[in-house]
Write a protein that binds this ligand. Structure first.
Ligand code: CA
Length: 251
């Protein structure tokens, strides 16, 4: 097991290369310890995190990744301090990270399960569950992962708008439009989740990042600019729709 505060790779490198790494994100010590033991017995390398922000730090730290810390699978609790599991899932998928994710949650209602899968989890287990079942599902997902080639989504298309993520280009009604990086990121996010309603705060968090110090008016300004570039009639938007009292949605 890797220490909680400063992730260090304790196994020798050759051992690590053979072992699959599982990032276990769970704030309840007892469950985390039990899972760690069960997974290590199965021969997995377990990296554990007791809150959401710490998990994101591990996942997004290039230096750690370069040093061999790159989880092959994520076991993710939903109710977590700091950043919750759904947001982690959403963020990773938005960033194009396809690491398999198994959600483990005490929330077992159909809505919760569907939501978990919709934001990009690959599997969902309701607590309490048997260790054997979890281990079996980890194994199945890791096995499946070996055969899946990285899905490419070179074009996101919605009605008259085509967005080419890798080329940072947008074509609207057969004309190329030039967008600023923030406008592009905003549009890419919207197009990834058609009809999803985003609050201004969520958009700030996703596009400008959690450290952004300006106010949410920034979002309104960028939406106005985007409308001028995308909409036939910016005063009667058909793509970027204001949802009164909530924020914005696309389509
Ligand atoms: Ca929890």
């Amino acid at each position: 097991m890797i220490s909680l505060e400063i992730p260090q790779i304790t196994n020798s490198e050759s051992e690590l290369r053979n072992k699959k790494q599982i990032l276990l994100v769970e704030d309840e010590d007892l469950i985390r310890d039990m899972l760690t033991v069960a997974l290590e017995e199965e021969g997995y390398e377990v990296i554990s995190a007791n809150n959401g922000r710490y998990a994101l730090n591990i996942l997004q730290n290039q230096e750690l990744n370069d040093n061999g810390l790159k989880p092959d699978l994520i076991i993710l609790d939903l109710m977590l301090p700091e950043v919750n599991g759904l947001d982690i899932c959403r963020l990773l998928r938005y960033q194009g990270d396809i690491t398999p994710i198994i959600v483990i949650s005490a929330k077992g209602s159909e809505t919760d399960r569907v939501l978990g899968l919709e934001v990009g989890a690959d599997d969902y287990l309701t607590k309490p569950f048997s260790m054997r079942e979890l281990v079996a599902r980890c194994r199945a997902l890791l096995r499946r992962q070996q055969y899946i080639s990285v899905p490419q989504t070179p074009i996101q298309k919605y009605r008259d708008i085509s967005l080419f993520p890798e080329e940072c280009r947008v074509i609207v009604r057969e004309q190329e439009v030039s967008l600023s990086p923030k406008e592009f990121k905003l549009l890419e996010l919207f197009m990834s989740y058609p009809r999803r309603v985003w609050s201004r705060e969520q958009l700030i968090e996703q596009v400008w990042g959690p450290d952004f110090l300006g106010d949410t008016k920034t979002v309104d300004v960028h939406i106005r600019w985007l409308r001028e570039k995308l909409e036939l009639d910016p005063s009667q938007p058909k793509y970027l729709i204001t949802v009164r009292g909530f924020g914005y949605r696309f389509g």
